[in-house]
Design a binder for this molecule. Sequence first.
Ligand SMILES: NC(=O)c1ccc[n+]([C@@H]2O[C@H](COP(=O)([O-])OP(=O)(O)OC[C@H]3O[C@@H](n4cnc5c(N)ncnc54)[C@H](O)[C@@H]3O)[C@@H](O)[C@H]2O)c1
Length: 253
Amino acid sequence: MDAPVALVTGAARGIGAAIAAELAAGGMDVAVLDVLEPTESVRAVEAAGRKGLGIVGDVTRAEDREKLLERIDRTFGRLDVLVNNAGVAPKVRADILEATEESYDRVMGINLKGPYFLTQHVANWMIRRRESCDDWMCIVNIGSMSSYTASPSRGEYCLSKAGVSMATQLWATRLADFGIGVYEIRPGIIATDMTSTVKDKYDKLIAEGLTPIRRWGQPADVAGAVAVCARGELKFSTGEIINVDGGFHVQRL
Ligand SMILES: NC(=O)c1ccc[n+]([C@@H]2O[C@H](COP(=O)([O-])OP(=O)(O)OC[C@H]3O[C@@H](n4cnc5c(N)ncnc54)[C@H](O)[C@@H]3O)[C@@H](O)[C@H]2O)c1
């Protein structure tokens, strides 16, 4: 029997690398896409006894998305789970009174437009496959607490993640008839390269009680939530948001 196959974008490091390793540990073969060489992540998949496929490519480039899916088809012949994880913060945190169109286009392209069209392509493949199998298939978007938390020094990031939330609702609605689940994992403050530049600021805020659970989130915290969706444990839920944020989203008084 072939194992189910997952594609994780942005999986050379950070949250994506943890997701790839967790899905492999759960018995899936895993393709990883990144603009960086994802050698270590492929090794981790293989160390779990599964087949790994590393692909260097850019989620914003239509030809890279096309080639990526061709390679997955040639290597595995199937795709069961797409995890849209690749994402970037603005290179410079700039006040929205001054931020540039260039940064807006970069962040929106990587965080929202690229994943939207990758999802379109994968969804069509999954729909065709659905005609001949009843395997569990799902799409998991890595959103952010920034989809509802206004940070005026990185407006383009907040807008991109608000867009990811609507993309989750759209795809959940459209794909429900095909038995394809669509979920949003909404991380809070997670210790990765992305947040290393603001470590001191968040160390202080967390110690002061910003999050009810007073610690940094780890990539493995996010990966665990993705694995629950990928295993098909939430089959009567779609469009669901899973906060992995130490309770940040709870309104308190
Ligand atoms: N770290 C956090 O606190 C946090 C919080 C909320 C949401 N997130 C989201 O989690 C996801 C992963 O973030 P992370 O913290 O692991 O960041 P990271 O910077 O450590 O990793 C992101 C990965 O995406 C890759 N990538 C960037 N642009 C790409 C592109 N165009 N095509 C393919 N790959 C590309 C990078 O090379 C990198 O390997 C992102 O979507 C991010 O917005 C992170």
